[in-house]
Write a new protein. Sequence first.
Length: 208
Amino acid sequence: MDNIIQLLRDYQEFTNKHGTDDFVLFGETLKQKYSQPDTYETNEPTVNEAGLNVIASHILGGLTSFVETWIKLSYEDLPLLSLGDFGIIKTIEMMQTPSKKEVADKQIMERTTCIESMKRLMKAGLLEELTDDKDKRIKRVKLSKNGKALVPKIDQRMMALSNLLMGNLSDMEKKSMIPILKKLSNFHHDLYANKDKVDIKELYNLQN
């Protein structure tokens, strides 16, 4: 009886927290909640001793390295060098003739880095620069004929890449992972958009 009561409490906590009554996702949540420590520890004792934040960050950092490696492999025959290049192309496709500043604001990268990437993509013949009709100081960009022709190919390549990135995860595991990743992504997006870099350094002791 106690187990049933605890299960109901867990289910109520799950629905309140995630806003869904998906039993598959609930099952994954229970498995994570009551799993043994060795299911989430790494093979490096010093990392494990540092706590959950370091364990999770260590794993995410390793995954980031793999993502960068597979992206380069996927794009090696294309005039794109990174996921940032893909983001620039897709942003311009969506916005049609955005200013360079508008493109940079949409990308999670340093503005100077984004501008340099756009210059490189222009040299590759994928983008064209335009002068704003109303304000000659504003430079806009659009996809060139070659850029538009490349979009279907990079979309297809990204779909194939997503299959590789998800590896051997089951659909149930993906459903369990997505809400957590969304929550983490939303946190960092809010921090990036609304906090000054100096404030972030002080808030998280990044200068010590």
